[in-house]
Design a protein around this ligand. Structure first.
Ligand SMILES: Nc1ncnc2c1ncn2[C@@H]1O[C@H](COP(=O)(O)OP(=O)(O)O)[C@@H](O)[C@H]1O
Ligand SMILES: [Mg+2]
Length: 392
């Protein structure tokens, strides 16, 4: 009982803080009329609040102030409106932040997605995933220490565990040389981890050639999407290609590279070539408006202020994420949703990746591999196969 009273007081405080009340004059006094709280029910893993707005208050105003409840109760809330009645569910935060990377569950959530992306855990403790072939290019933004690299690690590890090297090719660029070494020699990862802007440019040129080849392939077969090609044409399938660049700002002055990145963002979708870019601030100094528009999926981790949140997400919520809320972000897909990234520590990722490593690749560029043609260009072997001749 006392607990419920406490919850009631806290909810009224929230109403007051957000000025969710009507003012009414009675004689000389002014009183405040708050929404009427009908019930407060502590349930397993959540608390349910039911309230109605007083006559004369626009219920839409409460929906607009959803952020208020998120500030108060954290991201794990659900606010449903039925006419004047609201049901607010506040989920136990521990539930979602305690989620451990568990590939069996992730795999189930992936279903038969072609390029499955692990986003995070929602307020109900459910895994949220999506398919890159439907929602192509991804922009991950956030302040230093907000969780971008950790998110990349979980996304990449899950992708590698879910797909074979025939289905998926990854190109990883880590100019800070700090995060992506973990993925060295993983079968799906083409070549070495790219740490030099010059090497990145070479990779981009090859990807550009590959896009031309695929474009022609689709045109010749009168198809619109590489997924269609893979499903209709028997035999050799075209792997999906994902280029990941951690901290894109480090190449912002490389105009030639940025131009190809721009091109991938513009036409890669149908060709099965996708981008995952991470950056602290998604402002014009780093990427063009056109490029940003083509990065249709956003994961916005903590932003320093509302302006930066707006730039990253198109709305201000990412600025409300607290410094202590590591791994918390807003996913903008069809709607915008607050999620907690799945924490996968480096050490655990390392163990999970072990079975996917091609141990024969020796550092000094003398790869011992099964197929002889791969020896010539160990970094780009798959792009250099015989099909490529048609693109030139
Ligand atoms: N999803 C998460 N859950 C819990 N803690 C996290 C999560 N993501 C990041 N962290 C913590 O925050 C720290 C910084 O994260 P990091 O990914 O390196 O940030 P960034 O790349 O944005 O600078 C990590 O070392 C980890 O301790
Ligand atoms: Mg980082």
């Amino acid at each position: 009982m006392l607990h419920r009273l406490f919850l009631r007081i806290e909810l009224v405080k929230t109403f007051r803080a957000g000025q969710i009340y009507l003012k009414k004059k009675i004689g000389k006094d002014e009183i405040r009329i708050f929404p009427k709280i009908h019930s407060i029910r502590p349930l397993p893993g959540r608390v349910e609040y039911v309230f109605t707005v007083p006559l004369g208050m626009n219920p839409a105003d409460i929906e607009k102030k959803r952020w208020l409840f998120e500030n108060k109760y954290g991201m794990a809330i659900e606010l449903e409106r039925n006419n004047k009645k609201f049901v607010l569910n506040v989920y136990d935060r521990k539930q979602s932040s305690n989620y451990r990377y568990d590939f069996a569950q992730i795999s189930e959530a992936f279903g038969n997605k072609r390029v499955p992306i692990l986003a995070g855990v929602n307020g109900r403790g459910e895994l949220v995933t999506y398919d890159m072939t439907e929602h192509p290019h991804l922009l991950i933004s956030g302040e230093t220490g907000s969780g971008k690299s950790t998110q990349l690690r979980a996304i990449l590890t899950a992708l590698i565990q879910a797909k074979t090297a025939d289905e998926l090719q990854l190109y990883l660029c880590d100019l800070k040389q700090s995060e992506l070494f973990l993925f060295k020699r993983v079968g799906a990862v083409k070549g070495d981890i790219i740490t030099d802007p010059g090497d990145l440019y070479e990779v981009l040129k090859r990807l550009q050639a590959e896009m031309r080849r695929r474009g022609k392939l689709l045109a010749d077969n009168e198809l619109h999407h590489i997924a269609e090609y893979n499903e209709k044409i028997g035999g050799q399938k075209e792997p999906y290609i994902v280029l990941v660049i951690d901290e894109v700002s480090m190449i912002k002055d490389e105009a030639d590279s940025m131009a190809i990145i721009d091109e991938i963002a513009a036409i890669g979708r149908a060709l099965g070539v996708y981008l995952v870019l991470s950056m602290q601030r998604a402002d014009r100094e780093v990427i063009s408006g056109r490029l940003k528009n083509n990065l249709v999926v956003r994961m916005a981790f903590r932003a320093s202020d509302r302006i930066n949140s707006n730039i990253a997400l198109g709305s201000k919520e990412a600025a409300d994420i607290k410094v202590t809320e590591k791994g918390r972000f807003y996913l903008k897909l069809e709607a915008t949703e607050c999620l907690q990234g799945v924490l996968l520590e480096s050490d655990r990722a390392k163990k999970l990746l072990e079975p996917f490593k091609t141990s024969q690749l020796i550092e000094d560029n003398a790869p011992v591999r099964k197929q002889p043609e791969q020896q010539e260009l160990p970094i780009f072997n798959v792009l250099e196969d015989e099909d490529n001749e048609t693109a030139r």
